[in-house]
Design a protein around this ligand. Structure first.
Ligand SMILES: Nc1nc2c(ncn2[C@@H]2O[C@H](COP(=O)(O)OP(=O)(O)O)[C@@H](O)[C@H]2O)c(=O)[nH]1
Ligand SMILES: [Mg+2]
Length: 404
């Protein structure tokens, strides 16, 4: 199955999976997918939830209710949801508090986390226990990167705004070996002390101030770009793609409902890409079709709409017909320089993305009282197919790196 054209033909003609087959393959697929898992360690109030909010734009209530307990001191938050996450955060609140023993968490999370983010208020120097626990955790997996986030910078210059020009580097591997000149005295001394305290235990140091807009600072996400750059640089290559796609597609979305549906579409597309890219003994391409079907039902549920036989027929006409396939070929040959499995992954991603976005558009129009025509639907599908293909080629790692 090397030729892209062959693959598309076969994909279109393959029989659908039974629900049991799907459930079984799906579990393997989720396990194989490069879904980044960030382990947040820090005292209560040090900014862990603020980091989750920064990356997901989910509101405090959504984040609060989304956490699910895992161990005595840790819980996890899957975005956009636990069934098909794009990114997962582990929150370990016990650190720095008497009696926390990291052994249980090390055993449970060592295999499944690719990056540790330690959150510390820059002016907090009661950190002996935290440092001890981090040392133990670091020893358990020395190759897993650790970034130290120094939060609440403004506490070093109370009553003042952040400097107009951010004095710290955006470089995601910075260890602040040279502090920029002209810092407020308090901040300078605290940064120096933190740097010494965590020397050898962290791979990057990131000064940030993620502030609720209501607090009135000029820059609400001071150092946000630095945080993003650090996470992207420190994560293993294969795990970056979801975060890059989130940045392109949902970062600036104001509409909460659309943020929910678009991230659900991204998660499904990403899984479809994995299904085509990672050779798993018994996960096969029909699972991609099943992912698309399930996605349609999930979107319908979010929009509180019914999926009728008529809407199915309309959508299949727009997304599954000869024209769509020809369009797909043309679009992919333009933007996808890869062949074989890598091209198949791109196709599975873009195809799922386009069908999800077409459904999303359909439900949105229905809500507005407009019943979409087949031609309109076809146009939306075509546009989104091109968008999906571009999105993939801009964010995918080199094929040889995938699955590492
Ligand atoms: N100004 C400012 N407030 C912060 C920062 N980090 C956290 N906070 C605030 O401190 C409180 C606790 O933060 P949270 O993220 O919930 O900490 P967690 O307990 O570690 O999850 C919240 O009111 C946040 O808005 C920061 O960098 N700057
Ligand atoms: Mg929290």
């Amino acid at each position: 199955m090397t030729s892209f054209r062959e693959w598309l033909d076969w994909w279109r003609g393959s029989p659908p999976l039974s629900e049991e087959e799907f459930t079984a393959q799906y579990a393997d697929l989720i396990a194989a997918a490069p879904i980044p898992t960030l382990w947040l360690l820090g005292k209560t109030g040090s900014g862990k939830s603020s980091v989750v909010r920064f990356f997901t734009q989910a509101d405090a209530v959504e984040i609060g209710s989304g956490f699910r307990p895992q161990t005595t001191c840790s819980s996890r938050y899957d975005f956009p949801d636990a069934a098909e996450p794009l990114v997962t955060f582990l929150d370990t609140r016990g650190l720095g508090e008497a009696g926390y023993d990291p052994t249980e968490d090390i055993a449970k999370f060592s295999e499944s986390t690719q990056l540790i983010l330690v959150t510390v208020r820059v002016m907090d120097h009661a950190l002996e226990e935290l440092v001890d626990q981090l040392r133990t955790i670091r020893k358990s997996a020395p190759e897993r990167p650790v970034a130290l986030l120094l939060t609440c910078l403004h506490q070093a210059y109370p009553g003042e705004d952040h400097p107009e020009v951010d004095p710290f580097p955006v470089d995601g591997g910075a260890l602040l070996t040279e502090l920029p000149p002209g810092l407020p005295e308090n901040l300078f001394r605290s940064l120096q002390a933190q740097r010494q305290r965590f020397a050898g235990l962290v791979d990057a140091i990131v000064p940030i101030d993620l502030t609720p807009a209501a607090e009135g600072f000029l820059t609400a996400e001071f150092g946000g770009e630095r945080l993003r750059a650090t996470v992207l640089q420190q994560l293993p290559q294969a795990y970056r793609q979801n975060l890059l796609q989130m940045e392109e597609v949902i970062k600036d979305l104001k509409d909460q409902l659309q943020r929910k549906t678009w991230s659900t579409i991204l998660a499904a597309s990403s899984l479809a890409g994995t299904a085509a890219a990672v050779p798993l003994p018994w996960v096969d391409i029909p699972v991609v079709m099943a992912i698309q079907t399930h996605l349609a039902y999930r979107l319908a549920a979010i929009y509180d709409q019914q999926l009728t036989a008529t809407t199915w027929a309309q959508m299949t006409g727009a997304a599954g017909g000869r024209i769509a396939i020809r369009m797909a070929l043309r679009e992919f040959l333009k933007v996808i320089p890869w062949v074989g499995m890598a091209a198949n992954a791109a196709a599975a991603f873009a195809y799922t993305y386009a069908s999800g976005m077409a459904w999303d558009w359909y439900f949105t129009e229905i809500r507005k009282g407009h019943v979409p025509q087949a031609r309109e639907l076809e146009q939306v599908f075509k546009d989104q197919l091109a968008r999906g293909a571009t999105l993939w080629s801009r964010t995918a790692v080199e094929p040889k790196e995938r699955g590492k």
